[in-house]
Design a protein around this ligand. Structure first.
Ligand SMILES: Nc1nc2c(c(=O)[nH]1)N[C@H]1C(S)=C(S)[C@@H](COP(=O)(O)O)O[C@H]1N2
Ligand SMILES: [Mo]
Length: 234
């Protein structure tokens, strides 16, 4: 070999060692790497948790699916959450806006259906009162009416929503809500019967109609729906 060729070869080796080995991630393949590496963190499929801070949880699969029109498939790309009615500034939000603009909260709460079954879940979501603060409810608004994709509705007093820090959940047991459990959002109406826990929330309407009755409420179920009282009203 000529001396020049050897020099070029040596230079190539040095360039390879100094530049190419470090940027190749020292032999790590693809993006399967640890945090801090140039390739970032790869999210693995989340797994449902069964216990949280010492509390045994039920499962996403323990619910009896008994929705009025079966599970709804909501397209996250076209989804809009509408906040309407007696408010100063009505708003429409995308799924990402709802999730990214609001503080997140977790609580363990049990859902009790009037059919006699119940499930305890770690819910993760955002405060409905944070959403309401953005739209400025008018002084005469008394009731929050929730509308869902399947035509279901239910209502709750605005004071209950505010004072009880009621959340709208996007995760249960660390999993994004599956379609049959109400994706994108289910109301965590703690201390109220299951029929107040509206799934597939599409619209939040502020109203002064204290006599408004939702789907089951207009079919004879108690409008206050307090868990410590009968759901059959009288
Ligand atoms: N949109 C919508 N939300 C709903 C319902 C429904 O039919 N439609 N059913 C309610 C009832 S009766 C209960 S007990 C809870 C849990 O029902 P699931 O087990 O079918 O999820 O969801 C509530 N939310
Ligand atoms: Mo229910």
């Amino acid at each position: 070999m000529k001396k020049g060729t050897v020099t070029v070869f040596m230079i190539f080796l040095v360039v390879f060692a100094v530049i190419l080995i470090p940027i190749s991630g020292c032999g790590l393949v693809g993006n399967r790497s640890v945090d801090g590496n140039i390739n970032g963190t790869e999210e693995l499929e989340p797994v449902e948790i069964s216990e949280y801070e010492g509390t045994k949880l039920g499962s996403v699969n323990d619910f009896k699916e008994n929705s009025i029109n079966g599970p709804q498939q909501v397209d996250v790309e076209t989804y809009q959450l509408k906040i309407t009615g007696l408010v100063e500034n009505p708003k429409n939000y995308t799924y990402d806006e709802v999730i990214s603009k609001n503080q997140h909260y977790k609580k363990v709460v049990r859902l009790d259906c009037v059919e006699g079954w119940s499930v305890t879940i770690l819910w993760e979501g955002l405060l409905v009162k944070d959403l309401l603060a953005e739209v400025n409810p008018l002084p005469n608004s008394k009731v929050v009416i929730f509308h869902a994709y399947d035509g279901y509705t239910t209502s709750l007093p605005i004071d209950y929503i505010m004072n009880k820090n009621i959340i709208m959940a996007y995760k249960m047991n660390e999993l994004t809500l599956p379609p049959e459990r109400g994706f994108p959002f289910q109301l965590v109406a703690e201390s109220k019967w299951g029929y107040k826990w509206i799934k597939w929330i599409a619209e939040i309407e502020l109203s002064d109609d204290v006599n408004y009755r939702g789907f089951w409420e207009s079919r004879g179920y108690s409008n206050s729906a307090d868990l410590d009282k009968s759901f059959t009203e009288r």
